[in-house]
Ligand binder design. Structure first.
Ligand SMILES: *[C@@H]1O[C@H](CO)[C@@H](O)[C@H](O)[C@H]1NC(C)=O
Ligand SMILES: *[C@@H]1O[C@H](CO)[C@@H](O)[C@H](O)[C@H]1NC(C)=O
Ligand SMILES: *[C@@H]1O[C@H](CO)[C@@H](O)[C@H](O)[C@H]1NC(C)=O
Ligand SMILES: *[C@@H]1O[C@H](CO)[C@@H](O)[C@H](O)[C@H]1NC(C)=O
Ligand SMILES: *[C@@H]1O[C@H](CO)[C@@H](O)[C@H](O)[C@H]1NC(C)=O
Ligand SMILES: *[C@@H]1O[C@H](CO)[C@@H](O)[C@H](O)[C@H]1NC(C)=O
Ligand SMILES: *[C@@H]1O[C@H](CO)[C@@H](O)[C@H](O)[C@H]1NC(C)=O
Length: 466
């Protein structure tokens, strides 16, 4: 053998190892911090090890977190906050400075591999950022290059609602308002930089919105006999997750980019939620997350019907139940862990624990059918009095005669207490505004109840679910 015979082989081996190092089937965890009761960064890192996660995604570039991750083996994804994208898109100087401040001091001691520009930017109403998104991604990439940081992929997480059509999967199409002006240049950027299309995929929400027509086991990756065949491609689906992912694949194909790799920036299932939210429970959450980990870590890789055998790198949402996340109750209950660090259910993201070793029984689900009946919205226990007073004033300022009955002399004036009046105002507000998208939340001061708080001549307005 001559030396020449070795060279091509050697190069080939190098290329293969670089690629496989890049796409990991090791499941990661989303570490969100919207709670006032969460463990310290150092303690959190220990907890993340204990659940077998190998990659960590954070929603900022918090130096305390990054310091705690120095010289660990975790592959890390950090994020440019939404608020500064517009400015960064217009100024290479600001972009350079962001990278200088938030990446350079921690690299390479922290294995930062992904830098996400904003979070679900294209979901929210456009606050002047949509058109700045891709330019900002280009600037950040260029700043990294200036610092000779070549291992960091730049991307941005999209929600499924970047699609206007996703069913059947072969009809996957990006929304017409963003397709040509934003998605096309984004895909071009991702293709040129060999990055990923990052997407948040929640079969939970797809199923919850349409639980009459979608089989729950199909959404939980638990079904053995429910399948769906796409009439255009003849591809057969055995779960909702694959179906949603392939809709993205076909949407990218439509714009001329059939090969861009997909990275699951978030997926998960809530372990609890509000009374009017279906299927959010520990049983389903454990089932979904265990099944998804099994699917994603199986070797050789399973992929999806449109991309059989492809590795799907992923982050599970989320590390903790976060008590300060706004919105419906499910938002505060996606955690694998309670804030005190104990597991909500047994889970091992490394994929090395066989199902038979999860020995603690899961509580039987009680809300897999829609709740039927009346619901009231009342002030939670131990609420901050100042904040409660503000919320009461706000609720009373909305809608029609919302607080008429708690005026002096009216049927609900007594007992004349802040908590009682706030509860009345919350119920009265919600009864009018639920149909318009209003929530029973009030910055965490309010909670739903099936127990009628009315007494005596006082009748609390309610929401009726049939
Ligand atoms: C963006 O730049 C403008 C003009 O320099 C400045 O007023 C504004 O505070 C900046 N916004 C943010 C979020 O930094
Ligand atoms: C799938 O199997 C389950 C349990 O055996 C059964 O209840 C269900 O009806 C079956 N569904 C279909 C579509 O065959
Ligand atoms: C799908 O299957 C049908 C019936 O077997 C066949 O006629 C059609 O050509 C197939 N389509 C594709 C895209 O393979
Ligand atoms: C980029 O696009 C070209 C042309 O479609 C394709 O051959 C290539 O595989 C793509 N690369 C990535 C990383 O998507
Ligand atoms: C942690 O919090 C959960 C939920 O509040 C509770 O059920 C559990 O007992 C707590 N665990 C410990 C060790 O305190
Ligand atoms: C109570 O709420 C008020 C107004 O929202 C806030 O300023 C204050 O810090 C809160 N107090 C406590 C103890 O959380
Ligand atoms: C309040 O009453 C007006 C007039 O009847 C009506 O148009 C409006 O929708 C009501 N507002 C709510 C929140 O129900």
């Amino acid at each position: 053998m001559t030396v020449m015979d070795f060279v091509p082989l050697f190069i080939f081996a190098l290329v293969v190892s670089v690629c496989s190092a890049e796409i990991s089937s090791k499941v990661g965890i989303n570490w969100g911090g919207l709670g006032n009761n969460l463990p310290s960064p150092t303690r959190s890192v220990e907890l993340i090890k204990s659940i077998g996660a190998k990659q960590i995604k954070i929603y900022n570039a918090d130096p305390d977190i990054l310091n705690a991750l120095k010289n660990t083996d975790f592959v890390v994804s950090i994020m440019v906050p939404n608020e500064i994208i517009a400015n960064i898109s217009k100024s290479q100087y600001l972009s350079d400075r962001w990278v200088q401040t938030n990446v350079v001091p921690f690299y390479p001691e922290v294995k930062i591999r992904y830098l996400l520009v904003g979070n679900e930017i294209l979901t929210n109403p456009d606050l002047g950022t949509w058109y700045n998104l891709v330019p900002a991604m280009r600037r950040i990439k260029s700043s990294l290059k200036t610092h000779k940081i070549h291992k960091v992929k730049v991307g941005t997480p999209s929600a499924m609602n970047v699609l206007e059509s996703s069913f059947p999967p072969s009809s996957g199409t990006f929304r017409s308002d963003i397709s040509a002006p934003i998605m096309k240049p984004m895909l071009q950027f991702l293709n040129r930089t060999k990055s990923f299309f990052f997407v948040d995929v929640y079969p939970y929400f797809a199923w919850a919105d349409n639980s009459k027509d979608i089989n729950l086991d199909y959404a939980l990756l638990e079904s053995t006999n429910v399948t769906y065949t796409d009439p255009v491609t003849n591809l057969t689906y055995t779960n909702l997750f694959d179906q949603m992912l392939d809709a993205i694949v076909f949407a990218m194909k439509r714009l001329g980019y059939p090969d861009i790799r997909i990275f699951i920036a978030e997926t998960g299932w809530p372990n609890n939620g509000d009374l009017d939210q279906i299927g959010a429970n520990i049983y389903n959450a454990a089932t979904y997350n265990r099944n998804i980990v099994k699917k994603l870590t199986t070797k050789p890789a399973i992929g999806t019907p449109a991309r059989p055998g492809s590795v799907i790198p992923s982050f599970i949402f989320a590390l903790y139940n976060e008590n300060q996340k706004p919105g419906p109750g499910t938002e505060r209950h996606f955690g694998l862990l309670y804030p005190n660090g104990s597991q909500v259910y047994e889970i091992d993201l490394s994929g090395k624990t066989p199902e038979s070793e999860y020995t603690k029984p899961l509580p039987a689900p009680t809300n897999n059918e829609p709740y039927k009946g009346k619901i009231w919205c009342v002030a939670g226990k131990g609420a901050n009095k100042t904040a409660l007073g503000d919320a009461l004033s706000y609720a009373c300022s909305q809608g029609n005669k919302t607080c008429e009955q708690i005026k002096p002399g009216k049927s609900c004036f007594k007992p004349d207490s802040l908590v009682w009046h706030a509860s009345y105002s919350f119920s009265s507000y919600w009864a009018q505004f639920k149909k318009l998208g209003g929530t029973c939340y009030f910055n965490g001061l309010a909670t739903q109840t099936a127990k009628d708080p009315s007494f005596g001549h006082c009748k609390f307005p309610s929401v009726s679910l049939l």
